[in-house]
Design a protein around this ligand. Structure first.
Ligand code: ATP
Ligand code: MG
Length: 359
């Protein structure tokens, strides 16, 4: 009955490069899912915020924009990364949403899709199924530091990593909760506490403390350098992984590459307190080399959309969507980055057809 139907308002921000193409494809798939499923509803509001609007107006986000955005249940984001100038779009748009909305947990699942052949030798579907939890509010990307004597041979630059007990604790707690909800209940805490004797030691200590509240979660510690080897040599031994802003940034690119393509992996910027909308985006960038050619892989954004559905509470629909996406990769309908020859449109239509088969 309509009266009890769950309804969610979704803000879409395609932003730069292939962002709008993959977000449009995902909205098409989500609309199809809602139409077929019938038990929940989604409404979409598109926000035309991008490096192009920045060039025209001098602003990424118009006055009052964040207040408008905050009224939504979730944000589906495309990509930033236009060279206008430097990498200002990262700070001007993406972080300008993440920071005020307290999206302190960045979650990056990785797996090998059926029908794809990843570069990891002998690895197959099911062998690699990870969730990387990345600290998203401070750490090495806190923007603290400076340069003196710029351009001189004696120039000094500092890049200070910030770790507060408050932020480390809430993040590690979130990672334990994430691990606890997964079947294997397995968490690996990654640091570099043999060489970085302050912030990383704080991480280690907080992990020991928080672990006491999760007796059912099996956990271990790894140094980030050794972790890269373990991801390649013993992928099955890992499940949930938590690391700092910088370390998890690097590990999750490695994870995406090991799984097959940067074109399939999603990322969620979560405010676990749910006071603000969380933001969901593919991990890939704006990919200007293929923008407008109709060849961008929409799978990362489909998975992103599924993560968003799970977050708002429509887990069953999310599973149906992911099954449909994997049925398509299994049939060999894939874009060039996955070794196929299909375009964005073909993959999108194939997923819609798979959804029709389910209902
Ligand atoms: P940015 O600064 O925006 O992160 P980047 O060049 O570092 O840009 P991407 O934009 O992710 O990173 O692109 C890296 C490579 O992967 C490019 O060759 C791009 O074409 C390819 N790529 C990225 N996303 C996709 C996708 N969805 N489908 C197909 N190829 C992709
Ligand atoms: Mg990049």
């Amino acid at each position: 009955p309509i009266a009890t139907q769950h309804s969610y308002s979704i803000a879409t921000i395609g932003a730069d490069g292939i962002g709008p193409e993959v977000v449009d494809a995902s909205v098409q798939v989500l609309k199809k899912l809602v139409e077929l499923n019938g038990s929940f509803n989604l409404s979409f509001t598109n926000f035309d915020w991008s490096s192009d609007t920045y060039k025209k107006t001098g602003k990424y986000i118009p006055d009052g924009g964040l207040d408008e955005l905050k009224k939504h249940d979730a944000i589906l984001f495309g990509a930033v990364g236009a060279p206008v100038p430097d990498h200002i779009s990262l700070w001007g748009l993406r972080l300008a949403i993440c920071q005020p909305f307290q999206q302190y947990a960045n979650v990056r699942p990785t797996k090998i899709f059926r029908g794809t052949s990843p570069p990891l030798r002998n690895a197959e579907h099911g062998d690699l199924d990870w969730v990387i939890v990345r600290e998203n509010s401070e750490g090495e990307y806190a923007g603290q530091g400076g340069r003196s004597h710029q351009g001189q041979p004696w120039e000094v630059a500092t890049e200070v990593a910030i770790f507060t007990r408050h932020s480390v604790e809430r993040l590690i707690r979130f990672a334990f909760e994430t691990a606890q909800k997964r079947p294997r209940k397995l968490l690996t805490v990654v640091t570099k506490s043999n060489a970085q004797r302050n912030g990383m030691v704080l991480w280690d200590e907080v992990a020991v403390q928080v672990a006491q509240d999760f007796p059912d979660v099996k956990w271990d510690k790894m140094l980030v350098d050794a972790m890269t080897c373990r991801m390649v040599l013993d992928p099955k031994s890992l499940d949930t992984i938590v690391a700092t802003n910088l370390h998890a940034d690097i590990l999750s690119d490695l994870a995406a590459a090991l799984a097959g393509s940067i074109g399939i992996a999603p990322t969620s910027n979560l405010d676990p307190t749910r006071q603000n909308p969380s933001m969901f985006e593919p991990i890939h960038g704006s990919a200007f080399d293929i923008t407008g050619k109709g060849v961008a892989n929409p799978v990362a954004t489909f998975w992103t959309a599924a993560e968003m559905l799970t977050w708002v509470g429509e887990e069953e629909a999310a599973t149906v969507l992911m099954d449909a996406v994997e049925a398509v990769t299994e049939r060999g309908i894939a874009t060039r980055d996955l070794g196929g020859s299909a375009g964005t449109k073909e993959v999108t239509e194939a997923v819609c057809q798979e959804l029709e088969k389910v209902y």
